[in-house]
Ligand binder design. Structure first.
Ligand code: GLC
Ligand code: MG
Length: 700
């Protein structure tokens, strides 16, 4: 160190120099000595003295001597002396120790230490309690309706008259406008289109009609940017007869021989048994190349895969990984009940044994050997487990919805729900409301709703479907009730499915050819505007199916401008569903049902705000008397009516009037909870209570 420079490089008569560590210690010790002698002479506070030194009093000599010496030399009677000293800055360890071992400091330290320990424990306990008491957060597929896009019909970007992936990309604003977060897109794999994409030629490729893999990736990226989830259609049961596997199988390639279900049969009468296809007639076809029959539950161009072959299982599971790795958010599993069939190939029993054995439709047989065979649920659980591997990051839950029409065998449908021990589907589609047009009445609708609610395993999440690409549009079959149906779907507990166009009340188109089995009527182009081709395809004259003639008024653009439109009502109901706790996770309780009216309420324990829904599915206006419902205030105000003029009206609970097809959403305040006195009429997926003071939910 430069001898001439002070710590700050100061120059002057009393130039300071930086002391080495041992010099500093020595200085301290001498400082103590000096202090002691000063005290003997009159007790000067060392702090003052130091100040003086700092001011430059040269009377204090920095004497060097061995620090050990110093300690030894100050040891005798130091305790006594130090105890009279006040602590000061820069005091040496020895002094510090003397102070710190004084009782008052010791106690203080102990107190602080135990206080810190106690606080930490309390914090840990609080955290555990909060975690234990918090109800599960809802997942993305519970937060909004699932919107189904039929890609041929949604939006055509390249003017060939057929919708495509770029078209979907162009219309993503629509979902943000509607506050919809999850979108299921019907198949867009490479396909000969015999069943419009449900006959897959290559599961790893996009059909050129819909775009390219790059278009798909762009769509997915853009959707994720906007916080939208993409659910793919996955078709495990069958492939197209143009699939490479089928070609290799029919030509007898040893690896692919058993990829499909083959059996010997008579070329002139290729019916090894009486099994029948969903699309009618025998489910067996003769193959000229292999000289055997192959099984197809759907079209003859859709041969069924043989899931008893481990190689097939491996192929399908690889495909699941392929799409999960690409980042898709879930799968809609197509036609799963058909995945296995009995190996013995015995005839199925006829429903009516007196009928001639010429079986032509699926309704003629009991399907004990071709549907829901042993092994099906194990397979689905394997797939679910594979999806779970991709579900672990926050916000990346992969969703599984099952398609299975089990009709009156509802317990078979419910088997697809997970159990507390084994995970399977998040839900199987609830197709029971598709029967709503059979008999529109309050009793009937309640019956259909209750079919699901009373059969669903405890704690599971319901869902509601009123239309899809396979079923006639509800907008046609029960046109006057479309608004009330939308109100019901968005206020019932669980997740609604919205088939494209339901949000504007689209109807079936009239198809003049043989209509009986055609599914075209419900697949007409989405009606975006009153412009060319309803805005579905801007460049082409010919769209793949005609646009419905009502598109001038039934379209998104026009309805956006009209606050009483089907679209405006759908949109506000959906926003309300998201923002109102009782609507998306509260109790659901039946309140009243008659030939016309179906009424229920939604409430949450701990929250005074609740909702009453009154839907008129009758042919005439009705007046409902709910004066016996004590939990309701006597005067009620209509938050929303599907008959726009009635919104905001005040009604008495003893006289709630509804027009035929009208739906009322009533918000009311009450601290009496209906579910507490009517448990048998109420249902909740997962109980939660609201704590107003802290604005939190807790398990209760
Ligand atoms: C599903 C589809 C239907 C298709 C069938 C065969 O039921 O919804 O459109 O024809 O499976 O894949
Ligand atoms: Mg196109």
């Amino acid at each position: 160190m430069d001898e001439g420079g002070g710590p700050d490089g100061e120059e002057g008569p009393y130039r300071k120099r930086t002391l080495t560590l041992s010099e500093q210690i020595d200085y301290s010790v001498s400082h103590i000595r000096h202090t002691l002698s000063s005290m003997e002479q009159g007790g000067i506070n060392p702090a003052f003295e130091e100040e003086e030194n700092e001011r430059g009093d040269p009377s204090i000599q920095v004497t060097k001597f061995d620090s050990e010496d110093a300690c030894n030399s100050i040891k005798p009677d130091a305790d006594e002396v130090y105890s009279q000293l006040k602590p000061y800055a820069g005091m040496p360890k020895e002094v510090l120790l003397l102070y710190s071992s004084q009782a008052r400091y010791k106690v203080l330290r102990e107190v602080l230490f135990w206080l810190t320990v106690a606080c930490t424990l309390v914090l840990i306990a609080l955290t555990i309690t909060v975690i234990a008491l918090s109800p599960r957060c809802l997942s993305w597929w519970q937060m909004s309706p699932v919107y189904q896009i039929y890609p041929r019909s949604f939006k055509d970007s390249d003017g060939d008259g057929v919708g495509d992936l770029k078209g979907i990309l162009q219309q993503l604003d629509h979902f943000q406008y509607l506050n919809i977060k999850s979108i299921w897109v019907s198949p867009f794999y490479r396909s000969p289109m015999k069943d419009f994409g449900y006959d897959v030629e290559d599961f790893r490729d996009i059909d050129p009609l819909f775009g390219t893999m790059q278009d798909f990736e762009e769509l997915l990226t853009e959707m994720h940017k906007r916080d939208l989830k993409l659910i793919m259609d996955f078709i495990p049961n069958h492939t197209s007869d143009k699939h490479r596997w089928f070609n290799l199988s029919r030509s007898g390639d040893p690896h692919y021989r058993d990829y499909y279900v083959w059996t010997d049969c008579n070329a002139s009468n290729p019916k090894p048994n009486n099994w029948v296809s969903i699309f009618g007639n025998s489910s067996w076809s003769y193959d000229e190349v292999r000289k055997q029959c192959y099984y197809h539950q759907f079209l003859k161009e859709q041969p069924d895969l043989n899931f008893r072959n481990p190689d097939v299982r491996k192929e399908i599971s690889d495909l699941i990984h392929f799409w999960l790795k690409k980042g898709v958010d879930g799968f809609r599993m197509d036609a799963v009940k058909h995945i296995f069939e009995a190996e013995h190939l015995r005839d199925e029993q006829q429903v009516d044994p007196n009928k001639p054995p010429e079986i032509t439709t699926e309704w003629d047989l009991y399907h004990d050997f071709t549907t829901t065979q042993i092994g099906l649920h194990d397979l689905l659980r394997e797939w679910r487990a594979e999806m779970d591997v991709y579900s672990r990051e926050p916000g990346r839950y992969r969703f599984l919805v099952i398609e299975s029409y089990d009709y009156h065998e509802i317990e078979k449908t419910m088997m697809y729900y997970s159990t507390p021990l084994v995970k399977e589907g998040d839900f199987p589609f609830n197709f029971y409301l598709l029967d709503l047009p059979q008999n529109t009445s309050g009793f009937w609708v309640k019956h259909l709703v209750d079919l699901w609610m009373s059969n669903m395993p405890k704690g599971q999440w319901p869902n509601w479907v009123v239309g899809n690409h396979d079923r006639a549009r509800i907008g046609t079959s029960v046109a006057p009730y479309v608004r009330a149906i939308n109100m019901m779907l968005l206020t019932l507990p669980g997740t609604a499915t919205t088939y494209y166009g339901e949000e504007i009340g689209m109807q079936n188109i009239n198809i003049t050819q043989d209509q009986s089995l055609s599914r075209d009527p419900q697949r007409s182009p989405m009606q975006w505007s009153d412009g060319v081709n309803a805005g579905f395809s801007l460049q082409s004259n010919a769209t793949w199916l005609p646009v419905h003639p009502d598109y001038k008024t039934v379209n998104v653009e026009v309805q956006k401008k009209n606050e009483s439109s089907v679209l405006a009502q759908y949109r506000s109901l959906n926003s309300l569903r998201e923002s109102e706790l009782p609507l998306h996770r509260g109790w659901f309780c039946y309140v009243h049902t008659d030939a016309s009216v179906f009424s229920y309420l939604r409430e949450l324990d701990g929250l005074n705000r609740a909702f009453l829904i009154v839907l008129n599915f009758g042919k005439e206006a009705a007046v409902t008397d709910l004066s016996a419902v004590n939990e309701l205030p006597s005067q009620l105000s209509v938050l929303m009516s599907t008959v726009h003029e009635n919104t905001g009206k005040s009604v008495s609970k003893s006289q709630i009037r509804t027009e035929a097809g009208e739906g009322l959403l009533i918000r009311f305040n009450s601290n009496k909870k209906f579910n507490q006195n009517h448990q048998e009429q109420c249902y909740i997926s997962e109980k939660a209570c609201y704590l107003g003071a802290m604005d939190i939910l807790y398990k209760c």
